[in-house]
Design a protein. Structure first.
Lengths: 599, 260
């Protein structure tokens, strides 16, 4: 089986040309970071993940987790690997410097996160959730809460969780019923059951800091009545040492299609004495607190698409060079050829490669927009913030949907072996399948894009974004030879996006059902065109480097070809997807539950 | 206690390497990384300095084009500083030429109580450099160390052999080659990487070391690679179906190999 190798060169390329690395490092906020250090950090983090996380990926999947009343036992080797992760200090890469973080841009952390997810999709969820907890407390914690929890979360000695879901409250968090009652000492007693809580219990760290959404007794209904609480597994004494075990228990774990080594827990709060919780932010403002970390949490799930996609691609590419079947078309040899010689296999490989590079670039761009929002001031900050808002649902949903297709394509390249677990690609496909579901289903992301994001500044933000895509045309025209099909197909595709955006905004105002009926297809269209734009920009950048005399012509030339493939084989679909996005709700409601029955 | 570790920077073994058909040597014009065999020496040195409670680890390396990537990795692990010898005249150096350069560079690195090397590099495998350095520096040479302890001015080494290990003692300073895999090299921590940026790397040429160009490189090499040949393709293995008696065949197989 092929060992995963972190794509450091392409990550640096994406950061420099799309992730606005130079602009980021020129800001005061990131003045302590330089490009050479970014490259070194990615190299060392990538090597660490290759050597420490990746070897446990298949074994963790096979062995899975063991639940007992005492808690969840992770697979062989996980606690030791996690301890090395803590020792190396990787958890703190993107965290603020005040509490021991390195304060690197989110765009850089995003590239590093790709490597840990690709190396081990299940194990890497633990640090991912800790990052969410860190961001939440950085933004909303009191000074005291920050001092108690952040230093240990930033080192990774303690890990974090996000507790939203309940049996009757999934996409609709407003339906949650977990209760919190204020005590005389200012703490709250939390009671209720949360389900599907990732890394809700495990044996890799000495404490787990649960962030829990719960409702006060007199709270308004729906999301307006939800508050956020810190509920530590072990209470923390005044001197920072660990005190009593809090009354939160993992009562069971789920048996899943994938991410077998990531515990998905049912957590029971306070079924004996009540679990002690501490309010984060204001009462009834829990959703606001959640929203602050939503952008980066959603980008992180989007990264699962590129990460697992690339892990699967690397295996498929190696297999396509080893597996001998059929003769090479037009060749004179009577010997069977490696399957990579067949056009359909090449199509699959290029489909994977081009979409992986498009996803990586979208993630770099989206994360850098978040960074620039933080690093700049006034109008500029606001502009980048708006772009981040617009793109985040696209990054989450488009990258995870494409990630499923890419991992599925890898299975296809392996033929029958792909369906056999030994090959390892089946695992990536299974692990990938959750990402379109959690952190807000892709259906919910599409509604967010259409219902909220298109309307930002009366449509001016999306308008400017589309105009920005169009404005690449002159550069593509000037690039000449080899760029013709990129230019023509991008121009057609962006027109489809533009027209459809107008249609959605006009019809959405008049009748939301019409717009929402096509929301998922609209998001797909948006992602497809944005991916083509970012690949075209990378192709131009690659040409620029070649013209400037770079000696890495093989890599750079392949970037141009990859963009061309995407322009010729993925972008033309935009036109058809646009039709589906504008189809409206008509047929959807001409049937009812009975007429939909197949028997 | 001050320890000098000789580290080689080599082409990444994970990338397909290539031999230069003219010189019959490995192409090393791309980016180089720390030879894994040397990471054990670095780890051992860091542990010894830790145990001694004082002193530091200094790296010594010879590499083309002022390459420092591999040195940065070892500095990020915790070494304090490095001496890097980089000079076009060094291209084509054989093992003895390399040893001459490293011996001079070690002297430049300052007072050392102990000099560690790997037993052999992963891209050259001559396995003679450590002993040559010891000879040139007129120091005791101990090879294949699996454990090293310091007792006053005496060095105690467990020296790996085919059958087990020898216990060897010698006075310090000494040159000791460390067997690969005997310690677990630490990963550079994030803080270590940041700190490594500002650690000093003393970049020198052979002139700085007072070495005559005629005694090193192609000019000084007494050893020559006369021919390179394709490795033989590996033959397909034999698959034994276990019908309950497979162990007998396994034993016979091992017996034929004369390993049991
Ligand atoms: C492995 C795993 C790990 C998880 N980890 C966590 C975690 O750490 N913390 C946590 O809090 N939760 C976690 N979850 C829960 C996850 O976030 C939810 O499953 C997800 O939000 C969807 O909720 P649901 O399962 O109730 O589906 P539902 O909300 O019931 O949705 C079912 C279907 O209906 C669609 N739908 C629902 N409402 C609408 C609507 N208004 N408009 C259009 N379509 C709609 C959905 O898109 C979906 O297709 C995890 C889940 C899994 C499986």
């Amino acid at each position: 089986m092929t060992d995963y190798r972190a794509p450091i060169k392409d990550a640096m390329f994406a950061l420099r040309h799309i992730g606005q690395l130079d602009d980021l490092l020129a800001t005061e906020l990131y003045s302590h970071v330089d490009a050479e250090t970014v490259a070194t950090v990615l190299e060392e983090q990538g090597r660490f993940m290759q050597e420490v996380f990746a070897p446990l990926n298949a074994s963790g999947d096979r062995e899975g987790l063991k639940w007992s009343p005492e808690g969840v036992k992770t697979p062989e080797g996980f606690p030791a690997a996690y301890q090395k992760f803590v020792d190396a200090g990787w958890q703190g890469l993107g965290a603020h410097t005040d509490f021991g973080g390195a304060g690197f841009p989110e765009a850089v952390a995003a590239m590093a996160n790709e490597f840990d997810i690709a190396a081990n999709g299940a194990l890497s969820m633990c640090p991912g959730l800790t990052t969410g907890a860190i961001e939440c407390l950085q933004a909303w914690g009191t000074e005291e809460q920050k001092e108690v929890y952040l230093p240990k979360l930033v080192t990774g000695e303690w890990t974090g969780t996000m507790n939203l879901t309940e049996p009757q409250a999934g996409s609709d968090v407003g339906l949650s019923t977990t209760k919190a009652v204020k005590q005389d000492d200012g703490t709250y007693l939390v009671t209720g059951t949360k389900i599907f809580i990732s890394f809700g219990d495990h044996d890799m760290a000495e404490n787990i800091i649960h962030l829990v959404l719960a409702r006060l007794p007199e709270a308004p209904a729906g999301t307006k009545g939800i508050s956020l609480f810190i509920v530590p597994k072990f209470l923390v004494n005044d001197d920072g040492s660990l005190g009593a075990r809090n009354n939160v228990k993992c009562v069971s774990i789920e048996h899943k299609m994938g991410i077998h080594a990531s515990p998905t827990c049912v957590l029971s709060y306070g079924d004996e004495t009540g679990a002690i919780g501490y309010l984060v932010g204001e009462e009834n403002q829990g959703m606001r607190a959640m929203f602050t970390m939503m952008n980066s949490a959603r980008i992180l799930v989007g990264i699962q698409g590129v990460a697992l996609g690339d892990a699967a691609y690397q295996k498929a590419l190696a297999y396509s060079q080893e597996r001998l079947q059929g003769r090479k078309i037009g060749g004179d040899s009577k010997e069977p050829a490696p399957i990579i010689e067949h056009p359909d296999v090449r199509r699959m490989l290029l489909f994977m490669k081009s979409n992986i590079e498009a996803m990586r670039a979208l993630i770099a761009y989206n994360a850098s927009a978040l960074d620039l929002e933080r690093a700049l001031e006034g109008d500029e900050a606001q502009r980048w913030g708006e772009i981040a808002e617009l793109l985040t649902p696209v990054t989450k949903a488009w990258c995870t949907d494409v990630g499923v297709e890419v991992t599925s394509t890898a299975v296809q390249i392996f033929g029958g072996m792909g369906y056999i677990e030994e090959s390892g690609v089946a695992q990536h496909f299974r692990d990938m399948r959750i990402a379109p579901i959690y952190e807000g289903t892709n259906g919910i992301q599409a509604m967010d894009l259409v219902g909220r994001k298109l309307g930002i500044r009366m449509g001016a933000v999306v308008g400017d974004f589309i105009a920005g895509i169009r404005s690449l045309d002159s550069d593509l025209a000037a690039a000449g030879d080899g760029f013709e099909s990129i230019r023509a197909n991008l121009a057609d595709a962006v027109s489809s996006l533009d027209e459809t955006t107008q249609w959605v905004m006009t019809n959405g105002l008049a009748d939301p059902l019409q717009a929402l009926a096509g929301a998922t297809n609209y998001l797909r269209l948006f992602g497809t065109v944005t991916g083509g734009w970012l690949l075209a920009r990378q192709a131009l950048a690659a040409k620029g480097e070649i013209d400037a005399g770079s000696d890495d012509v093989a890599y750079l030339g392949a970037k141009i070809t990859t963009a061309r493939f995407y322009a010729e084989q993925c972008l033309p679909l935009a036109h058809g997807i646009a039709q589906t996005a504008r189809a409206g709700a008509g047929a959807l409601y001409e049937v009812d539950a009975t007429t939909l029955e197949s028997v | 206690m001050n320890v000098v570790v000789c580290v080689k920077q080599i082409p990444d073994p994970a990338d397909p390497g290539a031999l230069d058909p003219n010189t019959k040597t490995l192409k090393r014009d791309g980016k180089l990384i720390l030879d894994e065999s040397d990471s054990y020496g670095v780890e051992m040195a860091l542990q010894l300095v830790d145990a001694a409670g004082s002193g530091e680890v200094t790296l010594v390396s010879m590499a083309p084009n002022g390459e420092v990537s591999g040195l940065r990795t070892a500095l990020a692990m915790g070494a304090a500083k490095a001496v890097l010898v980089s000079d076009d005249a060094l291209a084509g150096s054989d093992a003895l030429g390399t040893s001459k350069v490293l011996a001079k560079a070690i002297a430049r690195a300052g007072e050392a109580d102990l000099i560690l090397t790997a037993t052999e590099s992963s891209d050259g495998y001559t396995g003679t450099v450590p002993e040559q350095i010891a000879e040139l520096l007129q120091l005791p040479s101990v090879t294949f160390a699996k454990e090293i302890a310091v007792d006053g001015s005496t060095l105690k080494v467990q020296r790996q052999t085919e059958a087990g290990y020898d216990e060897v003692e010698c006075p310090l300073p000494a040159v000791v080659s460390v067997t690969a895999g005997v310690v677990e090299p630490r990963y550079p921590s994030f803080k270590g990487i940041m700190a490594a940026k500002s650690k000093p790397v003393d970049q020198v040429t052979i002139a700085d070391l007072g070495i005559d160009a005629a005694s090193v490189g192609w000019a000084g090499a007494g050893q020559e690679i006369v021919e390179i040949a394709q490795a033989e393709a590996r033959e397909a293995g034999t698959i034994i179906e276990d019908d309950g008696e497979a162990f007998a065949q396994v034993v016979k197989f091992l017996d034929d190999l004369k390993v049991v």
